[in-house]
Design a protein around this ligand. Structure first.
Ligand code: MG
Length: 265
């Protein structure tokens, strides 16, 4: 579970490339585009511009470079020509990228056009929950501390946290040990050590936490049809705290203390 300094360097390089994919998406108007068009644009950028490999494609028999999860879709939504993003939608785009053998994983929920205040609040709270989890990472802390920080913020705001899907260790493989739950009790679970690299990727629902997988075998939706949002970063435990390997330019500018105030869109 502990990466060498050289491996951490390679993971950081993959993370920077993946951040640039989201920076491209940040500049792209999404309304009116199908999720398949977005998938194809991202694939061209990763392969042609970044000279990297979309790590999701071919993994577990999956045929696309991203997951696109719209509104009540919790995660693992499959790009399709039929799914055209409309004004008022929220959509999570979840992307993995491999460069020189090492994989980074990140996702962001985008607001498409004019999104109603209730949905915006869910998206903002989910983003805050991610950062509260990230800020709990340091050597000697536990994964229970991370999960608890996320779950507490969700509950305080009236949202539920999905339990069926967790963050995960990452490196040469997309999914490595440990599993990173987005709920938990302080002081419990795996103790964090310098050199661990894993994702944190909370999914928050406006309604109940239970989910179901649709007949396509991929798409996971809320059972009660309520809205769901998600954000994800790949992080490394450092000597003194945490380094966010997939940090985007907008998040760098905002600075550590102001991260919770960063808007999404
Ligand atoms: Mg992940």
């Amino acid at each position: 579970m502990i990466k060498t300094p050289k491996e951490l360097e390679l993971l950081a390089a993959s993370g920077r490339l993946l951040a640039s994919v989201f920076e491209l998406l940040d500049r792209t108007p999404l309304a009116g585009k199908s999720t398949l068009e977005i998938n194809d644009m991202v694939e061209r950028f990763i392969v042609d511009d970044l000279k990297a490999r979309p790590a999701s494609k071919g993994q577990y028999g999956y045929g696309f470079v991203l997951n696109s999860s719209i509104n009540e879709v919790v995660c693992h939504g499959v790009p399709s020509q039929a799914d055209v993003l409309r004004d008022g939608d929220i959509v999570n785009l979840d992307i993995t990228l491999e460069k020189d053998g090492y994989i980074a994983d990140s996702s962001k929920t985008y607001l498409v056009g004019d999104v109603n205040p209730a949905a915006r609040r869910l998206v903002q709270t989910t983003y805050e929950a991610l950062w509260l989890g990230i800020n709990a990472v340091r050597p000697g802390a536990t994964l229970g501390d991370v999960g608890w920080a996320i779950e507490r913020h969700a509950k305080r705001n009236g949202y539920s946290v999905v339990r069926e899907f967790c963050g995960h260790g990452i490196g040469r493989e997309m999914h490595e040990e440990p599993q990173v739950p987005h709920f938990g009790k302080p002081g419990t679970g795996t103790v964090l050590r310098e050199g661990m690299v894993f994702t944190i990727e909370p999914m928050l629902n406006r309604g109940r936490r239970s989910v179901k997988t649709q007949d396509d075998g991929w798409t996971v939706v809320t059972r009660d049809g309520s809205l769901s949002a998600q954000f994800e970063h790949t992080v490394a435990v450092t000597a003194s705290g945490v380094s966010v390997l997939t940090l985007r330019a907008d998040e760098r500018v905002a600075g550590a203390g102001k991260r919770l105030a960063v808007g999404v869109g």
